[in-house]
Design a protein around this ligand. Sequence first.
Ligand code: NAD
Length: 292
Amino acid sequence: LPEQEAFDIEYWLLEEAKLQRMPKPKALAGRVALVTGGAGGIGAATAERFLKDGACVVLADIDEAALLQTADDLTARHGKDVVRKVQMNVTSEEQVIAAYADAAVEFGGIDILVSNAGIASSAPVEETSLALWNKNMDILSTGYFLVSREAFRLFRTQDIGGSVIFIASKNGLAASPNASAYCTAKAAEIHLARCLALEGAEAGIRVNVVNPDAVLRGSRIWEGEWLDQRASTYRTDKEGLEEMYRQRSMLKRAVLPDDIAEGAYFFASDLSAKSTGNILNVDAGNVQAFTR
Ligand code: NAD
């Protein structure tokens, strides 16, 4: 090579090496996420994932004590400037509207909604009371509608697009025994997401779904009546259920809250800038294996 050309190449290689060593900007820096059900389980894991990548997070939950504890834990790890909390019930229109107003004032806006707050409660259809049916519909379907409607209203006034992520369930796609109320409410969430994706696209508002398979470890759903119902349906205990879900999956692996958080992170970040109306099953391959 002529001397000047060799010098230029060496110069640019050194510059490139310097760039490689520079800290990369965090993918969610400057973004604000509202996470419903953020006081525990999948919601808290998602908040932690977003905070690690530079986001500010508002935890929204009905459970005051758990909210306080999780907000304190996250603040201790990430600092007081990036974590806020708001107590609210996703079935209360008034509380949801007020929570958005508070959150938007705290951080000057919201860019990401993770609609995740939920319960799991079901029974064989002949034992499903109207109250049980309505509880599933209220918290899951109607709750997801209310929080996403307020996100849309805010996103439209901000006029910078936004990302809505629904944590739905594998049970919204595939039937599960003795769980018609829960499965139907989860199916409604998934279809709501498709409809909202269409409505929001022109304004740059993306709406996507993450469907967890059973996440037994780290979820409070599996500490209460849902555990008893699943255990009696499958005639086993918690360990037996965990093993059953693992064996049913293609990958033979248990799904954890952090795995769901990675899916939510994908849809929150620009990695998924061209994805909307999509469903990501984080299920170790269970949905496809189950329906084969
Ligand atoms: P979790 O119980 O650990 O967390 C759910 C959170 O939602 C709790 O902090 C709870 O206080 C909050 N919440 C419940 N009702 C509320 C209401 N009315 N208003 C506001 N907050 C409310 O459970 P998780 O496993 O982390 O579940 C999160 C989401 O994932 C739920 O929507 C659940 O249906 C879905 N999901 C969970 C599993 C699983 O096996 N854990 C599987 C598929 C889908």
